[in-house]
Design a protein around this ligand. Structure first.
Ligand code: ATP
Length: 356
């Protein structure tokens, strides 16, 4: 549904060059919720703005629903021509700070893109009310943005973004200004719209919880590049996946050097089975749990656990084989991984922007 090929954006100002996007190949399938995560400055906003050509890429292509937007934009034109403006109406966008017009009512805000599309007053009113009903705000049609909560404002933003019946919705940190509970309800709305309307959603975020809550697929961005991407449930089953480690960080240091530390990921059916007690009984080993994280990803229970077995790795071949036979992802973390993240990976606090 959305494909970018070797997408590059270089900002030039006062003799300085900043490469914000450095050859990004992105592939978002129809009907999925796709999250792009990365710390501040990674290039996320530039990427999302290049997807609807609000920002003109320096090179590379952007294709949305089979249409090459970069070809519509031309290389030199500064104003979007009609074909690009029309293509953009089929790509909705929501923003961190909602971008509502304070002088217009809720209904007036939703009607704005419908005015641009040339609908009659009657058609606009009907469509706007239908959209407000869809986002659960029909009773606020006559209110002004200042009278709404943050979550309600974002719902208006979503209704406005859906005015052109888009197939794609781009979300630029849409929940970053909201409290956790409101974030959950807005993410649920996005998921419902995704399922009911078949809407493809691409969201950028710096919060792993957002990826965990709604994303089918995700990409990790660093310095203008996508350094890892894939289907979230598959990444969780991929040994060494940085996104999996970030989604389910487990810590815990071994009690002594002659122990085997094992990171295991439970997903699908394995999440419900008493694997650890079977391991302990079946192999006669004392298993210590050093850390664990359980959560629901895409509606399925997923968990990660760091356990410790007595003795070095060489002595634990049979228990490790048993865990693998159960369909678990089994990893032996580097000794340093107990206290520090893998080389090059931003610490969780950095990724979430905490302490900035
Ligand atoms: N208009 C611009 N002119 C020059 N440099 C820019 C411009 N916009 C962004 N940049 C630079 O491009 C890089 C990527 O910025 P971008 O805003 O895309 O990152 P981001 O991942 O969205 O960060 P944040 O989460 O803080 O918004 C940064 O180094 C930034 O300083």
């Amino acid at each position: 549904m959305i494909t970018t090929s070797d997408l590059t954006k270089v900002y030039r100002s006062r003799g300085r060059e900043v490469t914000a996007l450095d050859g990004v190949d992105l592939h978002v399938r129809p009907g999925e919720v796709y999250g792009v995560i990365g710390r501040s400055g990674a290039g996320k906003s530039t990427l999302i703005r290049c997807l609807n050509l609000l920002e003109r890429p320096t090179s590379g292509t952007v294709t949305v629903d089979g249409q090459d937007l970069t070809a519509l934009a031309g290389r030199r034109a500064h104003r979007a021509g009609r074909p690009l403006r029309e293509a953009r109406t089929r790509i909705g966008m929501i923003f961190q700070h909602f971008n509502l017009l304070s002088s217009r009512t809720v209904r007036g805000n939703v009607e704005l893109p419908l005015e641009i599309l040339g609908l009659t007053r009657r058609e606009r009113a009907r469509k706007a009310m239908e959209l407000l009903d869809l986002v659960g705000l029909a009773d606020k049609a006559r209110a002004y943005p200042a009278q709404l909560s943050g979550g309600q404002k974002q719902r208006v933003g979503i209704a406005r973004a859906l005015a052109g019946d888009p197939k794609v919705l781009l979300s630029d940190e849409a929940t970053s200004a909201l409290d956790p509970e409101t974030t959950r309800s807005v993410l649920k709305l996005l998921r419902d719209l995704n399922q009911e309307l078949g809407l493809t959603v691409l969201l950028i975020t710096h919060e792993m919880d957002v990826v965990k809550a709604v994303c089918d697929s995700a990409a990790l961005m660093e310095s203008g590049r996508i350094v890892e991407s894939g289907v979230v449930s598959e990444l969780l089953a991929t040994p060494g996946s940085r996104l999996a480690h970030e989604l389910f960080p487990v810590g815990g240091a071994p009690a002594s050097a002659d122990r085997t530390v094992v990171d295991i990921t439970f997903h699908g059916d394995t999440a419900d089975r008493p694997v650890i007690s079977q391991l302990s009984r079946g192999h006669g080993v004392d298993v210590s749990i050093l850390g664990a994280a359980m959560d629901t990803v895409g509606g399925r229970q997923v968990g990660r656990m760091r356990i410790e077995l007595p003795g070095p790795v060489e002595d634990n071949a049979a228990p490790l084989a048993f865990l693998r036979e159960q369909g678990l992802t089994v990893e032996l973390p580097e000794p340093t991984a107990t206290t520090t993240p893998p080389a090059g990976l931003p610490a969780a606090a950095e990724l979430t922007g905490e302490g900035a």
